[in-house]
Each structure stands twice: as structure tokens, then as C-alpha cells.
Design a binder for this molecule. Structure first.
Ligand SMILES: NC(=O)c1ccc[n+]([C@@H]2O[C@H](COP(=O)([O-])OP(=O)(O)OC[C@H]3O[C@@H](n4cnc5c(N)ncnc54)[C@H](OP(=O)(O)O)[C@@H]3O)[C@@H](O)[C@H]2O)c1
Length: 357
């Protein structure tokens, strides 16, 4: 097919985890893909790489003046979002802004849909390193919609997970259960019942391409199916056994040691993400009652396909054979886990029971 007859997709970004996944899928579908980034990480082979720093005044010179079928904007910088849509938005057929469920003002209402209010948009003057992510995304959303006169789709992902998750949030528990080190420290109830909504990066990319090229408009949450953290840990344990059996190894056997989460502040263990954390565990405050419990109804109506979380977890283990859990950006290192268990043995704090009870 002649290049001019192919669907032309421009990624503003494209070298990050989602951006690379979008690139691969769009190329596999036979589209022509151009990606604009500084190139701090590799572009996917086959992509037309445009190396540009969006801080620079002429950043969009090489991609302006073309009628893109679809532009996918991945930034969290309001100035970048505004300048890009002003330079490129007039001629683009379809425009997707990849936002976040963090753009909502409140995380306290379980089941809230896309009509929930968004955070106060971050002024451009406050844009930059360390800026409030949710407010920045809210500003980017508003600018994109305004400049396109509503002819844009704002996709709000919840937690993105899958093999290669650079944050380590979705990979910690599967890879931890795939290790033979025993026992495993897990959050005790009630936080074992914390909600989990993980959207697989590959399903998210497919949805963005499908909905973007179909010309869908408006706002849509793109979140995973709802599970509890206890169910997620159980899936990780089962998937580790399945993968071991399929490679001719005995299943790892694990005792679970339930950690009393009321000790987290004292033990300097973080919820949710990052070093010395219990990944996916939500903070205790009431303000999180609706976090990871967003409505997925519109996305499903628009055709979002989601593989099962069990499948994502198994694929994380299959793809993560050589990954040392200690090297992940989230979770407990082996030494931290042992230290916390040792502290329990010498005093109160941990309770010896499984994640489900
Ligand atoms: N991870 C989650 O759970 C989660 C949840 C909700 C929403 N999201 C959103 O989902 C998207 C994930 O995207 P992603 O995985 O592809 O990763 P990303 O790291 O957010 O991608 C950012 C892209 O922008 C480019 N970039 C950054 N600064 C630039 C500059 N000054 N000039 C030109 N390009 C620049 C980066 O490339 P270079 O560094 O090479 O320039 C990269 O390609 C983001 O929009 C994120 O906010 C993520």
C-alpha cells in the first residue's frame, strides 16, 4: 500500500511503556506511525521518529501541516497539551488525549462515572517538575477539548498494568509469588479487601486505537475489572503454580503472613507504590473510598475488550523470568520483608493469617 493511503497516526510521546505498546499495535494493524519525543528511550522499529523537545519553540515544525487521521497525546504538561493542539488540532481528523482517573476532583465516591467533577486545572505557570499530576491532567483535558471544540476523546485510565510495568505496581505481587522464598508478607484484612482495577496496557492501547479511529468523542474511564486485593494475591499464587508446572518445575509453596496495616506509618511502609511499599494497597483515609472503583460502563459500551486479570498476572510471570523483585520500583525487598517479619516475631504488629482472613 502507498504510504499516502495508509492511516496516519501521530503519537505525541511514543517512547514510554504505553506509547511503545500503541506504536507496536498500530504498526501491526498496518498503519503508518509517527512519534514525536526527545528519544530518551527507544522508538519502536518501524515508527517514523521525530526527535524534538517540546520545551523548544519550533517543537512541532516537523509534524505540522499534515492531516493526521489520529493524534494521540500522552503528555501531563498543560503547556505542551495547549501548544500541540493549537499547532496540530485544526487539521487532525481525530484527537485522543490520554488522561488519568487522577484528573477527578474526588476519589471518594464508589462507582462514579465520567460526569464526576474534575480537579481544578493547573495553571500553566505552575506547570513543571513536581506539579500536581491530577490537576495537570485536568488542565490538559480542558485545553484539548476547548481547542478541538469538543471533537476529542479524553481517555482516563486507572492503574495500567501488565508485563514490563515500569512502576512495579502490577508486577510486584506476581513476581513475588513466582519466587521460592517463603513466607510472603501480605496485607491482612481489612485491606486485603481493598479494590483493585488494573487495565492491561495492551487492552488499553487497543481501545485507544479503536475508539480514536472510530471518532468517539467525550470522556471515558478505561479501568480494569473490579477485584479485591485478596483475590489479586490469590490469582498471583495460582498463576505462579501454573507457570512453574508448565516449565516442569514444582509449584512454589507459600505461607502467607498477614501484616497489620495499622503499623505502616511506624514501620515506614508505604501504601500503593514506590520503595518499601505494599503495592496496590490503598491509603487508609476515607477520601479513597471510590479509588479503583470507577465506573467502566461507558468503556464497555464503546467496545473495550479486557483480558482477565488472571491472564495478565500469568503473563507478567511468564515475561518476568529474569527479573529480581528487589529491582522493582515498588514493593518490599527481601531484606525489608525479613526485617518486618523479624520485628513481628520480637513484638506485636504482624498477625499470622492469610490475606483472605
Ligand atoms: N501508569 C499508569 O498507571 C497511568 C495511569 C493513568 C494514566 N497514565 C497516563 O498514561 C500515559 C502513559 O504513557 P507512557 O507509558 O507512554 O509513558 P510516559 O512516560 O508518560 O510518556 C511520556 C512521553 O512523552 C515524551 N516526552 C516527555 N517530555 C518530553 C519533551 N520535553 N519533549 C518531547 N517529548 C517528551 C517521552 O519521551 P522522551 O522522554 O523520549 O522525550 C514519552 O514518550 C501517560 O499519559 C500517563 O500520564 C498512566
Amino acid at each position: 500500500m502507498l504510504a499516502r493511503d495508509m492511516t496516519q497516526i501521530l503519537l505525541l510521546g511514543g517512547t514510554g511503556w504505553l506509547g511503545q505498546t500503541l506504536s507496536r499495535q498500530a504498526l501491526d494493524r498496518g498503519h503508518a506511525v509517527t512519534a514525536l519525543a526527545r528519544g530518551t528511550k527507544p522508538f519502536v522499529p518501524g515508527v517514523s521518529a521525530v526527535i524534538a523537545d517540546r520545551q523548544a519553540p519550533a517543537a512541532y515544525g516537523q509534524v505540522a501541516g499534515r492531516a493526521w487521521d489520529l493524534v494521540i497525546e500522552l503528555t501531563d504538561r498543560p503547556r505542551f497539551a495547549r501548544e500541540a493542539v493549537q499547532h496540530l488540532g485544526g487539521a487532525a481528523g481525530n484527537w485522543v488525549f490520554v488522561s488519568s482517573c487522577s484528573a477527578y476532583a474526588l476519589q471518594s465516591e464508589p462507582g462514579a462515572d465520567e460526569t464526576a467533577g474534575t480537579a481544578e486545572p493547573l495553571p500553566e505557570a505552575e506547570d513543571g517538575e513536581g506539579a500536581d499530576f491530577g490537576r495537570a491532567k485536568s488542565a490538559c483535558e480542558a485545553l484539548s477539548m476547548h481547542e478541538r471544540n469538543g471533537r476529542a476523546l479524553v481517555v482516563r485510565p486507572g492503574l495500567i498494568g501488565g508485563p514490563g510495568d515500569p512502576s512495579g505496581r502490577s508486577t510486584y505481587w506476581p513476581l513475588r509469588f513466582a519466587q521460592r522464598r517463603d513466607p510472603v508478607l501480605v496485607p491482612a484484612v481489612p485491606n486485603g479487601n481493598a479494590p483493585v482495577q488494573i487495565i492491561d496496557v495492551r487492552d488499553l492501547a487497543a481501545f485507544i486505537l479503536d475508539a480514536g479511529l472510530a471518532g468517539e468523542r467525550g470522556y471515558v474511564n478505561a479501568v480494569g475489572a473490579l477485584h479485591t486485593l485478596g483475590q489479586t494475591l490469590e490469582m498471583a499464587r495460582e498463576a505462579a503454580a501454573t507457570v512453574a508446572a508448565s516449565t516442569g518445575h514444582p509449584a512454589p509453596t507459600h505461607q502467607l503472613v498477614g501484616y497489620d496495616v495499622s503499623r505502616m506509618a511506624e514501620d515506614r511502609v508505604n501504601p500503593w507504590a514506590g520503595p518499601t511499599s505494599l503495592p496496590l494497597l490503598l491509603p487508609q483515609e476515607d477520601g479513597y473510598a471510590g479509588f479503583a472503583r470507577r465506573s467502566d460502563a461507558r468503556a464497555l459500551r464503546l467496545g473495550l475488550y479486557r483480558r482477565s486479570l488472571r491472564q495478565t498476572i500469568e503473563e507478567i510471570i511468564r515475561g518476568g523470568g529474569g527479573i529480581d523483585v528487589d529491582s522493582l520500583r515498588s514493593g518490599l525487598t527481601a531484606a525489608e520483608e525479613q526485617m518486618l517479619m523479624g520485628r513481628w516475631e520480637s513484638g506485636p504488629g504482624l498477625v499470622a493469617r492469610g490475606a483472605d482472613g
